[in-house]
Design a binder for this molecule. Sequence first.
Ligand code: NAG
Ligand code: NAG
Ligand code: NAG
Length: 276
Amino acid sequence: MCILMCQLFVPVGCRIFKENELKTYRDRVSAMFHHAYDAYLKYAYPYDELRPLTCDGQDTWGSYSLTLVDALDTLIVMGNTTEFIRIANLLIDKSQDFFDIDINVSVFETNIRVVGGLLSAHLFMKRAGMTLEPGWPCSGPLLRMAETVARKILPAFDTPTGMPYGTVNLRNGVPPGETTITCTAGVGTFLIEFGTLSRLVGDPIFEKVAIKAMRSLWENRSTLGMIGNHVDVATGKWIALDSGIGGGIDSYFEYLVKGSVMFNIPELQEMFRGRS
Ligand SMILES: *[C@@H]1O[C@H](CO)[C@@H](O)[C@H](O)[C@H]1NC(C)=O
Ligand SMILES: *[C@@H]1O[C@H](CO)[C@@H](O)[C@H](O)[C@H]1NC(C)=O
Ligand SMILES: *[C@@H]1O[C@H](CO)[C@@H](O)[C@H](O)[C@H]1NC(C)=O
């Protein structure tokens, strides 16, 4: 989903590239992408990620060929429609048993990469010239997959604060004894995907839990209006008190801005500005 937003920010006042220069850089980026992508397919697929030194694959976040799902929308951005269609159809063929596995996954990674990857691929089907189901964009096989996996991470949000646990088992919900401590980004990085999903499938639950988690972080801000790095999702108590815009927090701020713009929610803009 990130890619969609970044395209909006055309650099103003930067050096203007000549058309042939642009093509050179464009081709180079595409070559770099295909180098990485082909190596993943050759050495690591169907595992989640490529290990570049040993040239093999490993499952890291979920045993669902994570890199493939994550890279789908980039294929379209690179103009590789044939490969996009091939992979989209491959995922659709496998969709039956794709997420019914006894495995503990990161709620955050599953959302940004899998739910986000499937949703953007679903929305790109038209541009790719694929056959669309009647009712698209509110209907379609990739959308159903996104909804299936999102429903599997939904139990993580069932906490006293509404902030989600960091880990969920795709078959059994939150694992027994799971830690209640998670990072701020892991709490506040759902709205883009969950809001899009809610509006496409017509079920408000996803958008609701995403906003509730963000609001809960905000309600627990310090007297200076600041947000810490790690929080206890059972109590809202800060466990790591350092604040900033780096790892562990960054995408919370990102999603406040994008969420306020995408869904026209001024409250999130206020949270971004940190007014207490
Ligand atoms: C699309 O991707 C496939 C797999 O990497 C590659 O073989 C093919 O040449 C690419 N096509 C274009 C137009 O980039
Ligand atoms: C998931 O985590 C729980 C709690 O730590 C553990 O008991 C269980 O064995 C894990 N399941 C898998 C498939 O790793
Ligand atoms: C966090 O906010 C919630 C909701 O306002 C409140 O019930 C809870 O006591 C707060 N927790 C702490 C540790 O301040």
